[in-house]
Design a protein around this ligand. Structure first.
Ligand SMILES: Cc1cc2nc3c(=O)[nH]c(=O)nc-3n(C[C@H](O)[C@H](O)[C@H](O)COP(=O)(O)OP(=O)(O)OC[C@H]3O[C@@H](n4cnc5c(N)ncnc54)[C@H](O)[C@@H]3O)c2cc1C
Length: 415
């Protein structure tokens, strides 16, 4: 057991932590940084795990955010395979799982989220999988091989949010027979409206996956492992394994015995600072104050995690940075890239710019709040208008009286 002191302690091995380290080093070239990451891998990009990595088109080495010598060259003490088990904010110290105690001047929490458990009878059977880490993706590779070896080639994905849709499409693209269980009428219920959802459903089906709409998985059954999924309409689906993609939750264990304020995520101000002095939080585990919507918002996307990590790094190193960006993410569905700006939780009704009933993928769904102001834009194709979509959300553009112009793809977006 050792005791040491660092100027900067970063907890978590994802893009928020590595973005923070990078930003610190732009302002402070020398003071020690320790980055503690419980996974064996150094910080890496998770996005390909449900896409090209799952389809074996991307190698593991291509996922890492920074090459190993970057950490040493930047005087960053990278501790992979190590976990922070406790924060003692009163003494400005954390404990590691080997008993080491490390005192800090400033602390970043970038601990991500955990997959939400499926919570069904049979949900603990061993071939029920979640997808968060490289190890999880490798377990899925193994499950695919076993399913192939017995000649079944079949699996079931529960949940049709961003992750479930990506996984279902990727598994179908590698030749698996996939049943996607979708509780709502269309996929992405928290993000997209009915017309965009209909377009996405057609794209998912074009990969070969079957969609079960408006039904819930109620039970996983089998003899020592999952063999069937029972649905709320009484249908039974044979499956060699199940991927549960039903949401994510923060791990509160590290927050216990601290005064750090958290609801469904750790609450931080525009500078990424928690309510406890010298403790910051970034990425998926945090909800940052967003001046565009006048609220704390959690966003579990790559760009946001990197950006909020960088904001924390700048402030931790004595600079000044505030969050004032439009949340943006991309997702892939087979050969289609979808861009989303803003927040679907504030959408009351939707204006369709272009025709979502065509399968050519060239339209935008403009999500409008009850007061007429734009809250979210989903763009499928239409790359030439992307910066305008971002600005419409940034300015919370008021569409009142301009709805027809917004809807007409042949006319410019209103200024
Ligand atoms: C399969 C998949 C596909 C995705 N695809 C997309 C996409 O297409 N587009 C997009 O925008 N976003 C995507 N995302 C989301 C994106 O990857 C996340 O928003 C991003 O990784 C969040 O980064 P983070 O650093 O906040 O957290 P994470 O990447 O979750 O990293 C947190 C790390 O901290 C570690 N940790 C937790 N507690 C401790 C502790 N006590 N001590 C030490 N380490 C700890 C965790 O084990 C984890 O390794 C995807 C996510 C997944 C899982």
């Amino acid at each position: 057991m050792e005791r040491s002191h660092v100027r900067y302690m970063l907890v978590g091995g994802g893009i928020a932590s590595s973005g923070c380290a990078e930003a610190i080093r732009e302002l402070d070239k020398s003071e020690p940084i320790m980055l503690v990451a419980q996974e064996i891998s150094r910080p890496y990009d998770r996005a390909p795990l449900s896409k090209s990595y799952l389809r074996r088109e991307t190698a593991k080495r291509e996922l890492v955010a920074k090459q190993v010598d970057w950490y040493a060259a930047n005087n960053i003490d990278l501790r992979t395979g190590r976990r922070v088990t406790q924060i003692d904010a009163g003494r400005s110290a954390v404990f590691l799982d080997n008993g080491d105690e490390v005192f800090y001047d400033t602390l970043l929490l970038a601990i991500g989220t955990l997959p939400k458990p499926i919570g069904l009878d049979g949900g603990l059977l061993p071939n029920t999988f979640y997808l968060k880490t490289i190890a999880d993706a490798d377990r899925l590779h193994h499950a695919i091989e076993i399913s192939r070896s017995v000649g079944h080639n079949r699996a079931c994905v529960v949940g049709a949010g961003l992750l479930g849709v990506e996984v279902a499409a990727s598994l179908a693209m590698v030749g698996m027979q996939i049943d996607l269980i979708q509780a709502h009428a269309t996929p992405w219920p928290k993000i997209a409206g009915e017309l965009t959802g209909g377009f996405l459903s057609r794209r998912i089906r074009s990969t070969g996956a079957r969609i079960h709409q408006g039904v819930r998985a109620i039970r996983l059954e089998g003899d020592g492992r999952v063999q069937r999924v029972v649905l709320s309409d009484g249908t039974t689906i044979p499956a060699d394994f199940v991927v549960a993609a039903v949401g994510s939750v923060i791990n509160r264990q590290l927050l216990s015995n601290t005064q750090i304020a958290a609801e469904s995520a750790i609450m931080v101000d525009q500078r990424g600072q928690t309510n406890v002095p010298n403790i910051y939080a970034a990425g998926d585990c945090s909800a940052i104050f967003d001046p565009i919507f006048g609220k704390h918002r959690a966003s579990t996307h790559w760009d946001h995690a990197r950006q909020t990590g960088r904001i924390c790094g700048i402030n931790m190193a004595g600079g000044e940075a505030r969050y004032d960006s439009v949340t943006h993410f991309t997702t892939e569905l087979a050969d289609l890239v979808v861009h989303v700006w803003g927040d679907g939780r504030f959408v009351h009704h939707r204006l369709m710019r272009g025709n979502a009933l065509n399968d050519d993928g060239n339209f935008a769904e403009v999500g409008v709040s009850a007061d007429g102001r734009i809250a979210q834009v989903i763009a499928i194709g239409r790359g030439h208008e992307h910066f305008r979509y971002r600005d419409l959300v940034r300015n919370r553009f008021d569409t009142t009286g301009l709805e027809e112009q917004c809807k007409d793809p042949a006319r410019p977006i209103p200024e």
